[in-house]
Structure formats: C-alpha cells, structure tokens
Design a protein around this ligand. Structure first.
Ligand SMILES: Cc1ncc(COP(=O)(O)O)c(C=O)c1O
Length: 369
C-alpha cells in the first residue's frame, strides 16, 4: 500500500518512513507478555545508548506527549531542593508553569529568545543563591524559535556549583549528538515524534542512575508521572506500571533501528545540509530570519513575515499545504513570524521543492516581482 508522503515542515510530529508507519501493524498482544517486554527493553536500552552508557544511564518511558516527560523530571527529581529554570522561550516558560503547579521551590532566569544566554549574569544568580540551589533546568533547543542553548557550558557550570542539570531535549535528542556524561547532564527529557522520527505518544526521561536512585526518598508529588517508581517497576518487570501505547512502541522500536543504521551524526549532517539549503533559499527569496546566527540550530528556522500589505499566514499555509508542504506559525508574540523545521525523514531536495512552491506563492501575492 502506498501512503501519501507529506513533507512536514512543522517542528514535530515529523515526517516518518513508511517502515516506521507499518511497524505499528502487528498482531494484537497483551503488553504484559514477555514478547512485549522484549520490545520495551530494546526501546529503553536503544534510547539510552544514543546519549550514554547502559551502566550509568537508564531510560524511563511513559505513555504521553513530551510535556509528560518534562513534568515527570521536574516534579520527581527536585524534591525539597531548589531549581533554577532558564526561560528563553515558550518551553522554558512551560517548565516554570510546571514548577508553579507543583508549588516547587524555583527561581526563573529570564533570557532573550533570540540571543545566547548571558553566562555571566547566570553565574551571578547561581552565586547569589548557591546555598539553596540544587538543580538547573534548561531547554536544549528552544522549539519556539530555533535557539540552541549551550548545554555543554551549562553542564560545566553545574559541575562547578554542584548542581544537577535537567535538560528538555525534546527537539534536539537524536537530531544533535549528545553525550550526557561529557555534558554533565543528569536528566534528559524527550519524546517519540521529533528527531527520533517515530510516532507521537511516548515520552521518556533518560537519567543518570546514581542520581535517580537518590530520589527514592523524595515525597511523591504525583502518581502516574513519578520517575523513580516508574524506573523501579520497569527494572523489575520490563513493563510500564500502566497501560503502554503498544503500537507506538513498535513504531519506536523500528525508528531506533533506523536511527542506529543512519547514526545520529549522519542524521545531524542531513539536517544541517537541509538547513543550509533553506537559509540560502530564504535569502534568495528576500525573507529574513529572526534568531542570531551564533545560537541558531540547524533544525528550526523562524522567518519574519514578508513585508507585503495584508499578508496572511493562513493563506500561505493553505497554498503550500495543498501542494504537500506543512508550514507552522510562529510562537513569539513580539514579532510576526512563521517557522520552518527541517527535522524528520526529509532532506535538502524536499526543502528545495518546498521553496519553489513558496516562491510561486510570493510571486502570486506580489512580494516577488
Ligand atoms: C522543547 C519542547 N519542550 C516541550 C514540548 C512539549 O511537547 P508535547 O507538545 O509533545 O507535550 C515541545 C513540543 O514541541 C518542545 O519543543
């Protein structure tokens, strides 16, 4: 059976291979069977191995979207400690929202959403609060704009001040090489439907085992999302405590096989190549980018609206959508922008084709003469 190939230029769920799609079509199975336990074990170990060694790190899986993993990580690991949260976009703000809901001890460090973190200012806040701070939480790749935070430098800062680093790597995991040990990351959250190129429905936290085990005595703030309890149960049974999204896990298993075959380094290079083509095409079309190049990822690009009277993002979206390309609206309120992501099972040729259609549209509305 042929499945129509849509080129998703939204920042996930991303375009997937047909083999990942078809991996979901399996005989019905009770997830408590050993055979399904083997799938879970493969998935957990496979996800870990992309960023750390199995003797030091472990992957705890939940059914849910990415926010579930971020919520699990924050609500379970900080305990009665104090977390410094870097907010330089909508997802940094979401971590603050989570901390508020759970009435956690936290300090918000606000930073520009288009320029790099001011490390001097950040260190000053750490020094001022060093008696109470226990954790630092950050987004790796702010999907809001395409801003990439320097996690290695944050890891070094955490080492200096003895803080546990928690990273929301939703849209960077499997798209940018990450080494949790080298980068001094204690917890990393991501989901099944972005750069790992699986289906939506699984979220996971990869944790340093030694650090995770120390949270055993933390008073649980929730039931479903408790990280230690989920880890403990999984370790004994290779099962999740509650009903897993069975078919999504089969798809994730296949996505891991394909990511291993491609390698994360080669996947990153593919994304970089697509992005380079995108940037040069945008320049040719006279469209401007928002984020400073020094902290720009090669996976998501925020583009300023074309300066033309009565410009309508929806109209542009629909024009491209009818031709197989999905654009995405911007997520910052201060500027009129839209976003183009180049993650998922697409390459630079797809970007070139998308830009041809965008050019047609810009001619139609009179932006290009
Ligand atoms: C950095 C980041 N964090 C968290 C989320 C939330 O993930 P979800 O929408 O799957 O809950 C996203 C979603 O795009 C994200 O990009």
């Amino acid at each position: 059976m042929d499945i129509k190939r849509n080129i998703l230029l939204n920042p996930g769920p991303a375009t997937t291979t047909d083999t990942v799609k078809f991996a979901q079509v399996v005989p019905d199975i009770c997830p408590r069977e050993q055979e399904f336990g083997d799938v879970m074990e493969f998935v957990s170990k496979g996800l870990t191995e992309f960023v750390g060694s199995l003797d030091k790190y472990t992957t705890v899986i939940f059914g849910g979207s990415g926010t579930a993993a971020v919520e699990s990580m924050l609500s379970s690991a900080v305990g009665e400690g104090y977390v410094l949260i870097i907010n330089n976009g909508a997802y940094g703000k979401r971590m603050c929202d989570i901390a508020n809901v759970y009435e956690m001890n936290y300090i918000e460090f606000q930073s520009s959403n288009i320029e790099a973190i001011d490390f001097e200012a950040l260190e000053k806040v750490i020094i001022e609060n060093k008696d109470k701070l226990t954790h630092l939480a950050t987004i790796h790749h702010e999907t809001t704009t395409g801003l990439l935070n320097d996690v290695s430098r944050l890891g070094a800062l955490c080492k200096k001040y003895n803080l546990d680093l928690m990273v929301d790597a939703m849209s960077s995991y499997a798209g940018i090489p990450i080494d949790m040990e080298k980068m001094n990351i204690s917890y990393l959250a991501s989901s099944s439907n972005k750069c790992i190129q699986g289906m939506a429905g699984v979220s996971f936290v990869i944790a340093n085992i030694e650090t995770l085990v120390k949270t055993k005595e933390n008073k649980p703030r929730n039931l479903y999302l408790n990280l230690y309890k989920q880890y403990e149960y999984f370790k004994k049974n290779y099962q999740m405590r509650f009903t897993p999204p069975v078919q999504v896990l089969y798809a994730l298993q296949q996505a891991i096989v394909e990511a291993k075959k491609e390698t994360i380094e080669a996947r990153h290079e593919r994304y970089v190549k697509s992005c380079e083509v995108l940037w040069s095409e945008l320049q040719r079309l006279g469209l401007r980018r928002l984020v400073d190049e020094s902290c720009h990822s090669h996976m998501i690009t925020t583009v300023m609206y074309p300066e033309v009277e009565n410009f309508s993002f929806d109209d542009m979206h629909d024009y491209l959508f009818e031709r197989g390309f999905t654009l995405y609206p911007g997520k910052i309120s201060s500027k009129d922008t839209f976003r183009i992501a180049n993650i998922g099972e697409i390459d630079h040729k797809d970007i070139t084709n998308a830009m041809k259609v965008l050019e047609e549209y810009l001619i139609k509305i009179g932006f290009i003469k």
